[in-house]
Design a binder for this molecule. Structure first.
Ligand code: FAD
Length: 393
């Protein structure tokens, strides 16, 4: 995947990360006997973030001035696809996808010097982990309908509310929490607030397990939680804008992860079709199987091409709103179809609970929900298509 990229820094980073996975992460997974559906001890994760940081990979996607490798978005896509295709259950922690530098990279410009020192620099070094908390039990796609409040009380803000399905919350040290600070305006003023998750009144809990079986999402409840007003992030009333400013690139950067997962399922299917024998020979000789493999290969190539092109546009500074939505919609739906075909080719093996193909199928299904459902992506695309007509009317 992404073999057309020629930056030697990228090539060196890809090879180094492969070695890190083969020589350290996969042996650690075997030694601890922990799979992707187990609860990973916080200290184990911290050790991986620190080790990845020591090796120079943890912040690889950040600019050089921040200790990163200055890779552009196309190059970041290559790293993310490699990680997802690696088969390591710890792979998302190499770049800190669930609470590290990629979560804060494009928001650092909004941080005050004190916030940089207390919160964001430790995230870059792998010493702290964060999460982004917008969704609530009664507020999903309609993100401006949140009801968590942050009310001023002297030099403090008092936070009450509940955030739902927050990725990385089980091991985060602080959350970037979207709160209503003025309900009197239309729409209500939403402000981002940095909240340490060990404060009195904060509860992180999870009564559910997503279909992927992973323990990486949780709810965060705030009951009269007091934080200094200095923890307002990006200015009062700017929270929604700040959240939306990261959404296009975030949508795009989920795509290589889906591509990596689906590519691994495809490669396993080719292998399986060659070795599984029925009716006196390998199932790969049946045209029905060959056509499924052909459709999978074509879909993966379309996804890779679309991601590469959209990432190049992002690097050129072009307006990504419509293209990132189209890319997330297309890649999430095609990669899920690839996983479905992989299950079919694997027969009963593919529907066996805990088999990597079955796990990949469940993981890929979830991508059609988060960072905007497929319907919300279609709404964004349709708005962009119809805007010129509305402007003329
Ligand atoms: C694994 C996972 C991780 C997540 N991580 C985070 C996180 O880190 N931080 C965070 O804040 N949130 C997170 N979320 C929440 C996620 O962003 C929401 O689930 C998502 O925005 C959809 O909201 P909802 O699930 O409440 O569905 P709803 O908004 O209730 O939608 C239900 C259905 O109605 C459709 N629908 C809704 N509105 C429209 C419309 N206008 N037009 C057409 N159809 C519509 C939807 O497409 C969907 O099919 C995560 C969710 C999951 C599953």
């Amino acid at each position: 995947m992404f073999d057309h990229l020629t930056n030697p820094v990228l090539a060196e980073t890809r090879a180094g990360i492969r070695r890190f996975i083969d020589e350290e992460l996969l042996p650690l997974e075997r030694e601890l006997g922990l799979g992707s559906e187990d609860q990973w001890p916080r200290e184990t994760l911290r050790g991986i973030w620190r080790r990845s940081s020591e090796l120079g990979y943890y912040a690889a996607c950040l600019p050089q001035a921040l200790g990163g490798k200055g890779l552009n978005i196309q190059e970041q896509c290559a790293l993310k696809a490699d990680l997802a295709a690696s088969g390591s259950v710890l792979a998302p922690h190499v770049l800190g996808d669930l609470g590290g530098p990629p979560r804060v990279g494009n928001m650092l410009k909004y941080a005050t010097p004190a916030q940089l020192k207390q919160y964001f620099e430790p995230v870059i070094r792998g010493e702290k982990s964060t999460c982004f908390a917008l969704t609530e039990p009664h507020s999903g796609s309609d993100a401006q309908s949140i009801s968590t409040t942050a009310v001023a009380d002297g030099d403090a803000l008092v936070i009450n509310g509940c955030k739902h399905y927050i990725s990385g919350a089980p091991f985060a040290d602080f959350a970037i929490v979207m709160c209503i600070t003025d309900a009197g305006t239309t729409p209500p003023a939403i402000t981002a607030v940095l909240v340490d998750l060990d404060l009195p009144g904060v509860t992180v809990s999870s009564e559910y397990v997503p279909m992927s079986g992973q323990h990486i999402d949780a709810d965060i409840t705030f009951e009269n939680v007091r934080v200094p007003r200095a923890n307002i992030f990006g200015g009062e009333g700017n929270g929604f804008k700040l959240g939306m400013s990261r959404i296009n690139v975030n949508r795009l950067l989920h795509c290589p992860t889906m591509l990596g997962l689906a590519t691994r399922a495809y490669e396993a299917s080719v292998e399986y079709a060659g070795q599984r024998r029925q009716f006196g020979g390998p199932i790969a000789r049946f045209q029905a199987i060959q056509h499924m493999l052909a459709d999978m290969a074509a879909a993966l190539w379309a996804c890779e091409s679309m991601i590469a092109h959209t990432a190049a546009l992002a690097d050129s500074g072009a307006d990504l709103r419509m293209k990132a939505a189209a890319c997330k919609l297309f890649v999430s739906e095609r990669c899920f179809e690839v996983a479905d075909k992989a299950v079919q080719i694997h027969g009963n093996v593919g529907v066996t609970r805990g088999h990597p193909i079955e796990q990949t199928f469940r993981k890929l299904r979830m991508f059609r929900i988060f960072t905007g459902t497929s319907e919300i992506q279609r709404n964004t695309i349709a708005r962009a298509i119809l805007e010129p007509l509305q402007a003329r009317a």
